[in-house]
Design a protein around this ligand. Structure first.
Ligand code: ASC
Length: 131
């Protein structure tokens, strides 16, 4: 199915926003009282979205603002797809590790995988997101 460029941007932003909410919940659990069920639910949500094929939402026409949809993606993103692919693979692997650690209720492993997951978020932002 053909998804309009402005809708591709909308869906990818929705995915990142939903992951950010769940990252925040995991951080709150690591910083405060640890609720293994809540961490597992949040990690599963992140892993599912990370593994859902979001690369399909960076099609032609999604490199700049369109309609009333704004994007912060830099042109460099589309010029370095091999590097972007590596970051995405790292992100997906980290999110899968996070979900596995959460399922095992291993707080130390969650801490480590959470750091790796956030690190791969940041790696892409630093290179390919404006502001
Ligand atoms: C988050 C969030 C991000 C990443 C990033 C990690 O919770 O919203 O964009 O983690 O801050 O460095």
């Amino acid at each position: 199915a053909q998804v309009k460029p402005e809708d591709q941007i909308k869906y990818r932003q929705a995915g990142y926003s939903f992951m950010a909410w769940n990252m925040g919940k995991i951080k709150a659990n690591l910083d405060g009282e640890y609720n293994a069920q809540q961490v597992q639910a949040a990690a599963n949500a992140i892993a599912a979205i990370a593994g859902s094929g979001m690369g399909a939402l960076y099609g032609p026409g999604t490199d700049k603002d369109i309609g009333n949809r704004k994007t912060r993606v830099k042109p460099e993103f589309f010029q370095n797809m091999e590097d972007v692919g590596k970051i995405a693979t790292n992100f997906n692997a980290a999110a899968a590790s996070l979900a596995k650690a959460a399922a095992e209720g291993d707080k130390a492993a969650v801490q480590k995988a959470f750091g790796e997951t956030g690190g791969s978020c940041k790696a892409c932002h630093d290179k390919y997101r404006a502001d």
